[in-house]
Design a protein. Structure first.
Lengths: 200, 209
């Protein structure tokens, strides 16, 4: 593919990762923090930003590692371990860097960074990009789009849950139950975006 | 000997019911919810989870005195990844069709919070035998809920069970609920299951008081 057609394909992948193929609402990745941390908007915002950043960069790092290290060596099956190590090391590195250069930012994002290592959205996106055989440019669009899609979903959820705090909810549904129902409604709404990308 | 037996019994009840990973802890639903639209996929996925969780909890427990505390998480992740790679390779070799159906979700067992959670909460501070039992029954408690979800989703959404057309639901009188096999159906179904089981537990707790 030429560079321009790759760029336009990357744009399509970006839009579909944000809306129609939302990593959280259609692939169920990153559910645990989505349910656990969506109680207030401020925390959801911090975690969402951290996910966008880490997801985009680790996707690219893992793309490079997979195509330039694992494929030439014929070690495809080793990818789970390599990806996890790269993600963990990168998160650790970012944590140290932020702590060193910007303490106020560390105060806001610091607590969320360790959580990200075990966020399945990150590893999931990396595995999807390998399975779907994306090129490097398309991976940029995919990583960024997935991160933004996750951010959008958790922000919307946090907004709704704050309003629900004072409502009366059946006892068995309190907490995770009602969150899942809202997530289902949101997933329904996001299916509505499916028409946006037809014909491309 | 008797005390060991009762300890195991306690672990079994905890894992399957009192502290069920899905409706009590709400952990690790990410990697498996996506495959619950077909019973067969769910069963394979659950088998992979049972294998990984029980063996990695036991392994973490065996190595617990050799592992330095500050790299503990990393060691646990590598142990889990080791078992997941075994599952992945076996599936690719003997059942390539299933391997491609499940896509990345087999690999995602590594970041499944319940595996890490049990290794960290139990395997890390208990002998291997009991860690194995704890892991095994947590995984089974997790699997039976997911199988319930999968059975309902496949039946209502496609009118089949394990791919075989069912009477009534597969017939012309049943308008298939396509939404059940799409992502929102998984969320609704899980919410209903959590609601039902938590309510049953709530009633029992009230009686116990």
């Amino acid at each position: 593919m030429s560079l321009t057609s790759q760029m336009s394909y990357a744009l399509v992948v970006f839009v579909s990762a944000v809306f129609t193929q939302n990593i959280l609402l259609s692939n169920f990745l990153g559910m645990c923090p989505f349910i656990g941390v969506s109680r207030e908007i401020k925390a959801a915002f911090g975690l969402g930003l951290a996910v966008i950043f880490v997801l985009t960069v680790t996707c690219l790092l893992n793309w490079l590692a997979y195509h330039y290290v694992l494929v030439p060596l014929g070690l495809h099956f080793f990818r789970f371990i390599l990806f996890i190590i790269i993600i963990a090391a990168f998160v650790q590195f970012v944590e140290m860097a932020i702590d060193r250069f910007s303490p106020p930012l560390y105060q806001r994002l610091g607590v969320f960074l360790p959580l990200i290592t075990v966020n399945c959205a990150i590893l999931g996106a990396c595995l999807f990009m390998i399975i779907r055989d994306y090129s490097f440019i398309v991976t940029i669009g995919y990583g960024l789009g997935s991160g933004i899609g996750w951010f959008l979903a958790i922000m919307a959820m946090a907004g709704i849950r704050q309003r629900l705090a004072n409502e009366r909810i059946p006892r068995g549904l309190q907490g995770p139950g009602i969150t899942l129902i809202i997530a289902g409604l949101m997933a329904l709404a996001f299916i509505g975006f499916a028409g946006v990308l037809q014909g491309s | 000997m008797k005390s060991i037996g009762s300890e195991n019994k306690k672990l079994i009840v905890e894992g399957l019911w009192n502290n069920n990973p899905i409706f009590k802890q709400v952990l690790g639903i990410c990697s498996t919810l996506a495959v619950t639209n077909l019973v067969l996929n769910t069963a394979v996925m659950c088998a992979a989870l049972v294998f990984t969780l029980s063996l990695s909890a036991a392994t973490v427990s065996i190595l617990r005195s050799l592992t330095p505390r500050n790299v503990r998480m990393m060691v646990e992740t590598l142990i889990i990844a080791f078992y997941v790679i075994i599952v992945d390779i076996v599936l690719k070799a003997y059942w390539p069709q299933m391997s491609s159906n499940l896509g990345p979700y087999v690999g995602l067992v590594i970041t499944n919070c319940i595996v890490m959670g049990r290794c960290e909460a139990y395997g890390n501070s208990n002998p291997p035998g009991r860690a194995f039992v704890d892991g095994l029954f947590n995984a089974l408690g997790y699997s039976f809920i997911l199988l319930i979800i999968a059975i309902f989703r496949e039946l209502l959404g496609m009118g089949t069970f394990l791919g075989v057309s069912m009477p009534y639901f597969g017939g012309a009188y049943w308008d298939k609920w396509i939404i059940m096999v799409m992502p929102p159906g998984a969320f609704f179904m899980l919410a209903v299951v959590v609601w039902v089981f938590k309510s049953i537990q709530g009633v029992k707790e009230d009686k116990a008081k």
